[in-house]
Ligand binder design. Structure first.
Ligand code: IMP
Ligand code: MG
Length: 422
């Protein structure tokens, strides 16, 4: 395997966790480059279901090294919790996990501010995961953030935390929210810092040396293209670059060391949180929810569901330079007939083949649909393309044509075995 970026090519929750787990067989090192514990990657392994938020999905495979890169925002309490949970489940975590000393910290005041800002927005809320992600990245950009390297220096950390906590408490009080107790945060964070110390290093150097030694790197994307802070449906986005470029800035691996981009898309579309989703369809949402599908891995919220959107898919291919596509959740459409695919948008009487940059315009786009016949039978035990019904193969072929990329993986269920490699 070449050094590969795996990216969410829709609105997040494309099923990246499972595809990463499949691709991890060929990788030596799996690295997260952005986002924080807003992410939720579901992996079914050895009959158990794991939901990972911060630790790369490769952790479940022996002999792989997982790296949390500089571009990730780390809630140390959540990270320690995740490590301990995995250890209780029998997963060994020792030299197989590395955390960048440059990664920024998510602090309790970030979560409190996230919540307050959402409350104050009322109906215009973003629908964040309330994990403090936006405020943590805001502090990073404002050059007022605390990093893992600070946490590794307890006296310095306490001093910086006290000043930041005081400042943020003034804001929280003004908003009518409860202030945060410095002493308690200080104690808990320093304790988490002690537990994280063995994992902390300069991950840029580690990755560089790994590449020099011919190791294969898999860059694990979190969230999705249309949640990207620059290219997504701003302001209904997350606060990091979820697109392919983020893999480089978020790890310190230069673009010319990366060989391949794999985009992950569901066979339909989902979104959790507010913001434009032109192909949203109430009946499809209802059907998928009634099958027990499409509930968020991080917040448990029901995801909004819609038809496959090839306008968005083509744009995602452009922004990320997608070489190959993994199509997931094909089995979600097993009972649907007919199946619609969005092939264009109509806005103010004009046809668009590219999503508008403005969220209000995006929201006003009317999808133009093409209809395909459903297959009305289970696909979940197919092991080869030839074992899929003809209508399912036709559907995949059309998705590939419209998205303009080669489909190399099709997923028909949550387990590793339910994967068709083309
Ligand atoms: P935040 O990242 O918590 O600030 O949330 C911003 C937006 O991104 C909200 O619409 C969230 O629902 C969405 N979001 C954040 N992380 C994920 C994810 O891992 N999967 C899907 N949606 C996400
Ligand atoms: Mg998810």
């Amino acid at each position: 395997m070449a050094n590969t970026i795996l990216i969410g090519a829709q609105w997040g929750d494309e099923g990246k966790g499972k595809i990463i787990d499949v691709l991890t067989t060929e990788a030596d090192v799996i690295v997260r480059s952005q986002g924080g514990n807003n992410a939720g990657h579901t992996i079914v392994h050895g009959g158990k279901t794991y939901i990972l938020h911060l630790i790369p999905s490769g952790i479940l495979r022996r002999g792989k090294v997982c790296v949390i890169g500089n571009g990730v925002v780390v809630d140390p309490i959540a990270l320690v919790g995740e490590i301990e949970q995995l250890r209780r489940a029998g997963v060994k975590i020792a030299k197989n996990l590395l955390v960048s000393d440059c990664a920024h910290l998510v602090l309790p005041y970030h979560r409190a501010l996230d919540e307050q800002r959402e409350l104050r927005k009322g109906r215009a809320k973003i629908g964040t995961t309330k994990r403090g992600i936006g405020p943590a990245y805001a502090d990073k950009a404002a050059r007022t953030g605390l990093r893992i390297s600070d946490l590794m220096q307890p006296r310095l950390f306490s001093k910086k935390l006290q000043a930041k906590n005081r400042e943020n408490n003034a804001v929280l009080r003004a908003l009518g929210a409860r202030p945060i107790d410095y002493e308690e945060v200080n104690k808990n964070y320093l304790a988490a810092g002690v537990k994280l110390r063995p994992f902390v290093t300069n991950t840029v150097v580690y990755l560089h040396n790994a590449i020099q030694r011919g190791k294969q790197i898999l860059f694990e994307g979190a969230q999705g293209t249309f949640l990207d802070i620059d290219f997504g449906t701003y302001p209904y986005v997350t606060s990091s670059n979820t697109t392919a470029g983020g893999a480089s800035t978020g790890t310190g691996v230069s673009p010319n060391r990366i060989d391949r981009v794999v985009g992950v898309m569901k066979a339909y579309t989902t979104r959790v949180g507010e913001g434009p989703l032109p192909t949203e369809d109430r009946h499809l949402s209802h059907l998928l929810h009634s099958l027990g599908r499409e509930f968020g891995a991080t917040t448990g919220r029901a995801r909004r569901c819609g038809w496959f959107d090839s306008v968005a898919a083509r744009y995602a291919r452009m922004v990320n330079g997608i070489d190959e596509l993994a199509i997931t959740n094909l089995d979600g459409l097993d009972t649907v007939d007919p199946i619609r695919i969005c092939v264009g948008y109509r806005l103010n009487g004009k046809r668009l083949n590219v999503p508008p940059s403005d969220a209000v315009q995006f929201d006003n786009c009317e999808p133009i649909y093409e209809e395909l016949r459903g297959w009305k039978q289970s696909t979940s035990s197919a092991k080869k393309l030839s074992q899929l019904p003809k209508a399912a193969r036709d559907y995949l072929k059309r998705l590939g044509e419209l998205a303009g990329a080669k489909i190399s993986i099709v997923s028909v269920g949550p387990t590793r075995a339910q994967t068709i490699l083309l």
